[in-house]
Write a protein that binds this ligand. Structure first.
Ligand code: VGL
Ligand code: ZN
Length: 325
């Protein structure tokens, strides 16, 4: 049965709409607490805002800010009160209530607490953070291959051998927690515009089926892992999620996104090579696709064609919401 909000969104029940976009719809509450009282509602029928898909969640709060601005300008209120209560309808929604100068809305009666109780509660909440890995997490081990990770490789990433021990430790932790482990491989044809000799920028590396493309022998391979090869059709394959045609620029999926969603994965943790290319592009794609994402900074290394590229890549990822571990 569609919720009353879905029926309103679909137009089956009339409403006074003030905003709609791909993910969200906003309309006036028919029993306003104040004139202009508006409900901002995701199209997705999730019981609470915290059950929304990441993209729908982000879109909801963007819409909340936009609609609040309209309310402020339309009603000349002092401020817009945001209430997420949720006891009334089992379909996530945000109340926006314009409040006049000096206005007051009832708030739950405050209780006094002693400092020790507050300290204990704060500690309990900090300790209840989501564990580093769980069944809805995937560890993505990016391109730990001979040509990048071994000093004799054709595109050796300096100090790459230092990350094998931390990467194997992450694999053990992920596996113990029931997380999915994904191994990616740069997997190029013998000739591709990705290579300098064919008009690109890189020395020949990771040609599919040759020793240079093999995983580094010290890398542990977890049972039940997923494997993703990228660049197989001659594309520039930096991201584990998508490849780009080096001439036409068309982007296509590697299928990893669907494979992870099928397993219920909503968070990816990145390790491997190289920070400033494949790790960076994989992280940016992950957040674009609505995954939570983290990078284990002790388990990545950068090409650093320009000094500082690796540091800049990590900063860029952090600015896009990727957690640094
Ligand atoms: C990569 C350069 C060229 C990487 C792949 O794995 O980061 N870098 N191809
Ligand atoms: Zn490559």
């Amino acid at each position: 049965m569609a919720t009353i909000f879905t029926r309103i969104i679909q137009g089956e029940i009339p409403s006074h709409r003030v905003h709609e976009d791909e993910h969200t719809c906003a309309f006036l509450d028919i029993n306003p607490a104040r004139p202009g009282h508006t409900l901002v509602v995701p199209r997705q029928e999730a019981p609470t805002v915290f059950d929304l898909d990441p993209a729908a969640y982000d879109a909801l709060w963007r819409a909340v800010r936009r609609v609040a601005g309209r309310l402020q300008r339309a009603t000349a209120c002092e401020r817009v009160v945001v209430v997420v209560y949720g006891a009334d309808v089992p379909h996530a929604h945000v109340h926006l209530i314009p409040l006049e100068a000096g206005g007051h809305l009832a708030f739950p009666e405050p209780q006094s607490a002693v400092p020790e109780e507050l300290a204990a509660m704060a500690e309990r909440i900090r300790a209840a953070d989501r564990p580093a890995y769980d069944e809805r997490s995937a560890l993505v081990v990016v391109d730990v291959q001979h040509d990048f990770a071994d000093p004799s490789g054709s595109l050796y990433v300096k100090r790459a051998e230092e990350i094998l021990v931390p990467i194997n430790a992450e694999i053990a932790r992920a596996t113990a927690a029931g997380a999915t482990v994904v191994y990616t491989q740069d997997w190029h044809p013998a000739a591709t515009p990705h290579f300098a000799r064919d008009g690109g920028v890189w020395p020949v590396h990771c040609v599919g089926g040759t020793p240079g493309a093999e995983f580094h022998p010290a890398l542990h391979i977890a049972d039940g892992a997923l494997f993703t090869r990228k660049g197989t059709g001659g594309e520039d394959g930096y991201s584990a999620f998508s490849v780009r045609h080096p001439v036409g620029g068309e982007v296509s999926s590697t299928g990893l996104d669907e494979a992870l969603r099928e397993q219920g994965v909503d968070r990816v943790v990145l390790v491997g090579l190289a920070t400033d290319y494949c790790v960076k592009e994989t992280g940016l794609d992950a957040v674009r696709l609505g995954f939570e994402a983290a990078v284990v900074t002790a388990a990545v290394r950068a090409v650093d064609l320009q000094p500082g590229d690796g540091e800049r890549a990590l900063r860029d990822l952090a600015e896009h919401g990727v957690e640094m571990r």
